[in-house]
Design a binder for this molecule. Structure first.
Ligand SMILES: C[S@@+](CC[C@H](N)C(=O)[O-])C[C@H]1O[C@@H](n2cnc3c(N)ncnc32)[C@H](O)[C@@H]1O
Length: 238
């Protein structure tokens, strides 16, 4: 396996993607599919926060990328801090969300005091922390800096067993993940499923690569947005 230097990897990837969604979403898909994927995630967040006010809530966007979700929370009048290892990503995030605070750093959360945040949002980041010690440390720190009853909202691969076959991606087993978080005082309170249509799309484009562009154009239809589902797990700090 190639070695993975997270900072270099993400600086290059964000730079190549010129701050477009694919630089933080799926590199292999075009803009429409990426918009569809992000829309699916937004739909779940909107549903969740239709019952919970975000006004004045302190939110950490851990691995904020180009600030797509930081913007979601600032639009809901939360106070948002985004942190990301990539300087390029943070530059785009600052332009997109001038009313949030951003830090360029790996997930070293030591500058934050205990029980600072009401919400920690961490989408598509933990599986890029391939070193197990760093990964555990990040969860321990989440537990320290979140308030009692705070929500940790994670989007992950949630595999049944560990998959580590690319240098920059290590999917841990869902059981290990959940038990690690339970030991740190989190309780799983909700779970939302994965993109059903996308899996079919991925299989079809592998089988028939030439179809890829035609399928991509299907994603302009609203029906795809409606049936999109993402696997997001929400934990509450006890
Ligand atoms: C797949 S992108 C997701 C970005 C954003 N959360 C989103 O959903 O749009 C992963 C992000 O995590 C950042 N990242 C990767 N490893 C990191 C680490 N150890 N500490 C902080 N950020 C990291 C990358 O720079 C990148 O912006």
């Amino acid at each position: 396996m190639k070695s993975y230097e997270p900072k270099e990897f993400w600086e290059r990837r964000i730079d190549n993607g010129q701050g477009r969604l694919k630089s933080v979403g799926h590199l292999g898909y075009g803009d429409r599919v990426n918009q569809y994927i992000y829309q699916a995630k937004f739909n779940i967040l909107k549903k969740l926060f239709s019952e919970i006010s975000l006004f004045d809530k302190k939110v950490l966007d851990a691995g904020c990328g180009i600030g797509v979700f930081s913007q979601f929370y600032t639009n809901k009048k939360s106070i948002v801090v985004g942190i990301d290892i990539s300087k390029n990503a943070v530059q785009y995030a600052k332009q997109k969300v001038p009313n949030a605070y951003f830090l360029v750093s790996k997930l070293d959360l030591s500058p934050f005091k205990d029980e600072t945040f009401d919400i920690i949002h961490c989408f598509d980041v933990s599986y890029h922390i391939v070193d197990n010690k760093d990964w555990k440390e990040s969860l321990t720190e989440f537990s320290r800096i979140i308030k009692k009853d705070g929500l940790l909202i994670i989007l992950e691969g949630w595999r049944s067993k560990e998959v580590y076959n690319a240098a920059h991606v290590r999917f841990r087993s869902k059981d290990i993940y959940v038990s690690e978080l339970e030991n740190l005082g989190f309780q799983k309170i909700r779970e939302h499923e994965l993109y059903l249509i996308l899996q079919t799309y991925r299989r079809l484009t592998k089988l028939f690569p030439k179809l890829s562009l035609k399928l991509e154009s299907l994603f302009k239809f609203k029906i795809f947005k409606k049936i999109a589902k993402a696997k997001i797990i929400i934990f509450k700090k006890e």
